[in-house]
Design a protein around this ligand. Structure first.
Ligand code: SAM
Ligand code: SF4
Ligand code: SF4
Length: 333
């Protein structure tokens, strides 16, 4: 049975393979805070991740994305990709901060990865270092992107989390830089994920503002959604046909069409990016459950979900309500 028959499509599975990261982006895992990372024995083994994925694919999942923390820090990530690429997944991808990508692009491709998304919020070393909380050079990440392009991890996409007053002045330059390289950029509004990133509405640079800026420099036309529930609002440069995307979860929430299930590295399922605890499936996976049992668990969870945090956010802010939420580096975006 697929869940769209229940009126609640489940299309997209996001798997966080670790909560560790070599960056400390202030919008995700701010430096200076003390964190409890998962202990080794708490995290799902590669076999458990594959078992879960295999069990839920028949529910209609088309896309599987590996994320983190930083997924390239997970030992044997290539082995996981090899095993997943044997499954009937239409679109298997991975999101990385790109720091280790130059050395890994080849093995990722050989393992069976089809495409990759690299997060790079600034092309200026000083701004990037401030944003990711480490002394880094943008060229290291750009070299990773170039290696991914050479290996044919296509399309390579770049995620840019835009924070007002920090990197909004670079939007046009970033668009231009990657347009020249044929790389699709997705500009993302700064989100209030977790409880630690000091988010406030005045730091959100809206997609409308981004588009207004870009339209002054480029001839853009909107692209039809390719499926219901597609998260990015897509546009196309009229001169070369390259796409550019925008994710406006703050200013234009899309909860009604939300079709993404998230699995944390320690085996919890979250039906919303802004949920808190989630529902552990680890003991089920470790008790030798059959695929049907795992599917039944997910069907039950998904058919009861009523998540619509992004639609409720402004009202909650107005009432001064601050719900506890899982941190971004635990849930993977
Ligand atoms: N470490 C990998 C990376 O940075 O690409 C994967 C995990 S990261 C949590 C996934 C995506 O979430 C990245 O593109 C990152 O820029 C984005 N992100 C993190 N915190 C965010 C926030 N508060 N608002 C919007 N996007 C955010
Ligand atoms: Fe790490 Fe990605 Fe979070 Fe940055 S956004 S701290 S790279 S998990
Ligand atoms: Fe889905 Fe939750 Fe985001 Fe709404 S707020 S789109 S329900 S993840």
């Amino acid at each position: 049975m697929t869940l769209d028959k229940l009126g609640r499509e489940l299309r997209d599975l996001r798997i966080s393979v670790t909560d560790r990261c070599n960056f400390r982006c202030f919008f995700c895992l701010p430096d200076g805070e003390s964190y409890e990372f998962f202990r080794r024995e708490e995290i799902l083994s590669l076999e458990e991740i594959v078992k879960f994925t295999k069990a839920v694919l028949p529910l209609g999942i088309k896309k599987v994305r590996l994320t983190g923390g930083e997924p390239l820090l997970r030992r044997s990530i290539e082995t996981l990709i090899e095993k997943l690429s044997e499954l009937p997944i239409e679109d298997l991808s991975l999101t990385t901060n790109g720091f280790l990508l130059k050395g890994k692009a080849k093995t990722l491709k050989l393992a069976g990865l089809k495409r990759i998304t690299v997060s790079l919020p600034s092309l200026k070393d000083e701004v990037l270092s401030r944003m990711v909380g480490r002394d880094v050079k943008a060229s290291w990440v750009v070299e990773g992107i170039e290696a991914a392009l050479r290996e044919g991890l296509n399309p390579v996409k770049v995620n840019v989390c835009v924070v007002r007053g920090i990197n909004d002045s670079e939007i046009v330059d970033i668009a231009k830089f990657f347009k020249e390289r044929g790389v699709v950029v997705r500009f993302i509004e700064f989100m209030d994920v977790g409880n630690l990133n000091n988010w406030s509405l005045d730091k959100v640079f809206s997609v409308r503002e981004m588009l207004n800026l870009l339209m002054k420099h480029f001839d853009l036309e909107p692209v039809e959604k390719s499926y219901k529930g597609e998260v990015a609002e897509r546009y196309r440069y009229k001169d070369d046909g390259l796409e550019v995307g925008f994710i406006s979860s703050i200013t234009q929430p899309f909860c009604g069409d939300c079709n993404r299930l998230r699995l944390t590295a320690d085996g919890r399922l979250l039906t919303c990016l802004f949920a808190h605890e989630g529902y552990s499936i680890k003991s089920l996976l470790r008790s030798g459950a059959h695929e049907e049992d795992i599917r039944a668990f997910v069907i039950n969870l998904w058919s009861k979900r009523e998540d619509r945090y992004s639609e409720e956010r402004l009202e909650l802010i107005r009432r001064g309500v601050k719900p506890k939420k899982i941190e971004m580096f635990k849930v993977g975006g």
